[in-house]
Design a protein around this ligand. Structure first.
Ligand SMILES: [Zn+2]
Length: 408
């Protein structure tokens, strides 16, 4: 891909400008990695030890790209330097570790995790964008109808708002935006508390807690203890098991607004998974306020996307057609044809009487899906098809994110 070559070259030039004989060569290399990954809008950096090299990859707009390969003998030194600036134990190379880069080395939030592997420690660096830490609901780019409804439900004094999607779909960003909106509207009149694993972004005005399962402080016991802290709004990082689901839904019935995320491919699938977790139908029906399911798709580059041969036709073929790369180099998107991301979401409304009845009857997901559509729910597939015909993203990108069934 043309975009990869460009970022690779930029990084290589920066590396060649450093003096390998200098005392601070390795610190300079690590600083260059952090600086240039951020400049390229990467969200993650992977440093993978291989037999002959330390391979560096960046995740940009959700897609991993190989950027550089360092000499094998530099690998332990680069990883050791990362560990030093993140406060990790350099002499422990046999255990996974996680830490944050100290403020003196990075103004922005950077989290580092190391993991022992066959050829040495692998490091993964998560770069949090400054904008992520300020985003409100209105800045996420959700469809207007969904944003308005979410916004309205944030005033509720009880119930569960379920934000779903696969990992990397931006649901945590949406959850944090909800908390910021509540804070701003309530002006200190509501007590907000979170249980997270891990805490991804610190929000002033919210009491955030990181669970410690090894110490017996897990999400389930945490939710129960939290009730005695008199909170109004609770963010439960993610429901992963039946016990947490039960505790979360019970909390929502006793005068707490609960915002939580849940791993599911669609809003209907989310309901099916709650049913599989043996939650009583009445509990789901009475507590559930709203289910939103979302995805992040790469947005066509505004500078070159229109001239790059990206498909914008509403008549979409069944088979995947390759996206033509831009013919000329584009400095906006690094010639990848994409710049930034687009949130696509669907919303299941449990207050629609037909849906409410179906929830009580434990209607299976296929029937619930058809019912929701007949009640006017616009599915992710439909929203994605609209985004392609509107030129916001490409057919290939929709297939990458939603899978081969996206246009059938
Ligand atoms: Zn471009």
């Amino acid at each position: 891909m043309a975009g990869v070559v460009r970022q690779e070259q930029t990084f290589q030039q920066g590396l060649e400008a450093l003096n390998p004989a200098a005392d601070d060569f390795i610190p300079q290399v690590v600083s260059l990695i952090l600086r240039s990954a951020r400049a390229a809008r990467a969200s993650d950096v992977h440093l993978m030890p291989q037999p002959s090299a330390l391979v560096m990859q960046w995740r940009i707009d959700g897609v991993l790209q190989t950027i550089a390969a360092f000499d094998r003998d530099l690998a332990p030194r680069i990883i050791a330097r990362l560990k030093v600036i993140s406060g990790l134990l350099t002499y422990r190379t046999d255990l996974p570790q996680e830490g944050r880069v100290a403020r003196e080395y990075s103004e922005e939030e950077v989290r580092v995790t190391t993991f022992p592997s066959l050829y040495g420690e692998k490091a993964a660096i998560r770069l949090f964008a400054e904008s992520d830490s300020l985003q409100r609901l209105s800045q996420l780019g959700l469809q207007a109808e969904i944003e308005a409804r979410l916004s309205l439900e944030l005033n509720a004094t009880a119930g569960v708002i379920l934000l779903t999607g696969p990992s990397g779909s931006g649901k945590t960003t949406t959850a944090y935006a909800c908390l910021r909106d509540i804070l701003s509207v309530s002006r200190g009149t509501r007590c907000l508390m979170t249980l997270e694993d891990p805490i991804e972004v610190a929000i002033d005005g919210v009491t955030q807690s990181q669970v410690r399962p090894a110490a017996g402080f897990d999400l389930t016991t945490g939710v129960r203890s939290l009730m005695r802290q008199d909170p109004d709004v609770i963010l439960v990082g993610e429901i992963r098991d039946p016990a947490t689901a039960e505790a979360t839904f019970q909390a929502a019935l006793t005068g707490h607004l609960v915002i939580t995320t849940f791993h599911a491919g669609s809003s209907v699938e989310a309901v099916a998974r709650l049913q599989e977790m043996q939650l009583e139908p009445y509990l789901i029906r009475s507590a559930l306020k709203l289910v939103v399911c979302q995805r992040l798709l790469r947005r066509c580059c505004p500078a070159c996307g229109s001239s790059a041969g990206f498909e914008k036709t509403a008549e979409l073929p069944d088979k995947q057609r390759p996206v033509s790369p831009p013919s000329t180099s584009c400095s906006t998107c690094g010639s990848s044809g994409y710049f930034g991301r687009l949130v696509l979401a669907e919303m299941l409304d449990p207050d629609i009487p037909e849906i409410a009845r179906a929830l009580l009857k434990q209607t299976d997901s296929r029937d619930l899906g058809s019912l929701a559509e007949s009640c006017g729910m616009k599915t992710l597939r439909q929203v994605a098809a609209d985004a392609v015909s509107g030129g916001l993203t490409s057919h290939a990108e929709v297939l990458r994110v939603l899978g081969s069934g996206a246009f059938t």
